[in-house]
Design a protein around this ligand. Structure first.
Ligand SMILES: *Cc1c(COP(=O)(O)O)cnc(C)c1O
Length: 367
C-alpha cells in the first residue's frame, strides 16, 4: 500500500464546486487583495475563535510579527517561548528587535514547561508566547496566571491548533492575541500563504490593521511605518469555504489518532498524551522512538512517508547561533529532536490506511 503524508487533492475534490465558485467570485469581482471575501472570513473566524476581531494577513509568521509590533515589542525586550517549535516563532520575535528566550518543553505535553517559565523571566521580559504544538494546547490557565503575576502579555502561537480547546475554550481566545497560519498543510489551509491574528482588544486590532497595510487606515495617509502583510482575496474565499468543514475535519483527525492509539499500544514508543480537559486537533501525530532512523527507513520502504517536526532545534540552527542560544540548556528539546517521528494524519485518511501504518510499525517491532 502507498500512503500519502497529506492529501490536499482528495480534500479539494470533496468540496470542489463550492471552492471553485468562491474563487471565481473573487476573479469576477477583481477583489484580489483584502475585499469582501477576506472581510467575511474575518467575521466568521472571529466567531469561531470566540474573539471580537480577526486581522487576516499573508502568513502565520506575519501574524506573530504584527501582533508583537502592535504590542510595542522591540529592541531591549525579551520574549519567552517554547524551545520545541517551528523556526517562525523565534524569527518573528527577532524581526521586532527583541530577543527570544527559549524555555525547555514538558516531556509529556511537548509544550513549554510551565514550571520553567518563571526562572526565564527577567526585568526585560514583556511577552510569553506559548505554542500549541502538534494541535495540543498549552495549559493556558497556568500560563495566564504567571503572566498576570509578572505583568506580561500572552500571545498564543496557535498556528498548529485551529479548533483545539482547553477547558472548553478555543485556541486563540486565552491570550491578548492568538496567531494562526493558513499554510496549505495546516488544519485550516489556504491555497497559498495566509495567516491571521485574533484578539478581543479593539485598540490592538486597529493597530494591527494599520500595520498590515503600510501603516494606513485611509489610503495614502500613513500614520506609522507599516508593512505589506495583506491577505489575498482568493485565500479569504477558500478559507471561508473550508472553515465550515474544520470541526468535521478535526473529528476525522481524532478518528485516525484513535486508530493509531489503540493499535500502537504495548510497543516501546511514546504516544501523544491525551488528557480530559484538552480537545486536541492532531495537526500532527508525533510518536517518540529510540530507533527512529531505522523505523523511518522501514516505513519508507513499505510506502509510508514520515517527517520530523523538528530535526534541529532552534538553538542549534546555524543562522540562529548568533542569537545567543549556544549555552542553552534544553535537554528535553534536544532529546525529542532525536526521537520524534510524525506519522501520516489527515482527515481523509481511511481506517484501512491508518491500520496499514500501524501494522507496519508492529511488524518493525516483530509484534
Ligand atoms: C506554520 C507555523 C508558523 C508560521 O506560519 P507560516 O504561515 O508558515 O508563516 C509559526 N508557528 C508555528 C508553530 C507553525 O507551525
Amino acid at each position: 500500500m502507498k500512503i500519502n503524508f497529506l492529501d490536499l487533492k482528495t480534500q479539494y475534490e470533496s468540496i470542489k464546486p463550492e471552492i471553485d465558485a468562491a474563487i471565481l467570485q473573487v476573479i469576477n469581482t477583481s477583489s484580489f487583495v483584502l475585499g469582501p471575501s477576506v472581510a467575511k472570513f474575518e467575521q466568521d473566524f472571529s466567531q469561531y475563535c470566540q474573539c471580537e476581531e480577526t486581522i487576516a494577513v499573508n502568513s502565520g509568521t506575519s501574524a506573530l510579527f504584527l501582533a508583537l509590533k502592535a504590542m510595542g515589542i522591540g529592541a531591549g525586550d525579551e520574549v519567552v517561548t517554547a524551545a520545541n517549535t517551528f523556526i517562525a516563532t523565534a524569527a518573528a520575535i527577532i524581526y521586532t528587535g527583541a530577543t527570544p528566550i527559549l524555555v525547555d518543553v514538558d516531556p509529556l505535553t511537548r509544550n513549554i514547561d510551565i514550571d520553567k517559565i518563571e526562572s526565564a523571566i527577567t526585568s526585560m521580559t514583556k511577552v510569553i508566547i506559548p505554542v500549541h504544538l502538534y494541535g495540543y494546547m498549552a495549559d493556558m490557565e497556568r500560563i495566564n496566571a504567571i503572566a498576570v503575576k509578572h505583568n506580561l502579555i500572552v500571545l498564543e502561537d496557535a498556528c498548529q491548533a485551529h479548533g483545539a480547546k482547553f477547558n472548553g475554550k478555543p485556541a486563540g481566545s486565552y491570550g491578548l492575541a492568538g496567531a494562526f497560519s493558513f499554510y496549505p498543510g495546516k488544519n485550516l489551509g489556504a491555497y497559498g500563504e495566509g495567516g491571521a491574528v485574533v484578539t478581543s482588544d479593539k485598540g490592538l486590532a486597529k493597530e494591527m490593521r494599520k500595520l498590515r497595510d503600510h501603516g494606513s487606515e485611509k489610503k495614502y495617509f500613513h500614520d506609522v511605518i507599516g508593512y505589506n502583510a495583506r491577505m489575498e482575496g482568493i485565500q479569504g474565499a477558500v478559507l471561508g469555504v473550508k472553515l465550515k468543514y474544520l470541526d468535521k475535519w478535526n473529528i476525522e483527525r481524532n478518528r485516525v489518532a484513535y486508530r493509531y492509539r489503540t493499535r500502537l499500544t504495548g510497543l516501546p514508543i511514546n504516544l501523544p498524551q491525551e488528557l480530559e480537559n484538552y480537545y486536541q486537533v492532531y495537526h500532527l501525530f508525533v510518536i517518540e522512538i529510540e530507533k527512529r532512523e531505522e523505523l523511518q527507513k522501514f516505513l519508507s520502504d513499505n510506502g509510508v512517508p514520515t517527517l520530523i517536526h523538528y530535526p534541529i532545534p532552534i538553538h542549534q540552527q546555524k543562522g540562529y547561533l548568533s542569537a545567543g542560544f549556544i549555552s542553552a540548556n534544553l535537554p528535553i528539546t534536544d532529546r525529542l529532536a532525536k526521537t520524534i517521528l510524525s506519522l501520516p494524519i489527515y482527515p481523509e485518511m481511511t481506517d484501512n490506511q491508518a491500520d496499514y501504518v500501524s501494522e507496519k510499525i508492529r511488524e518493525f517491532f516483530g509484534k
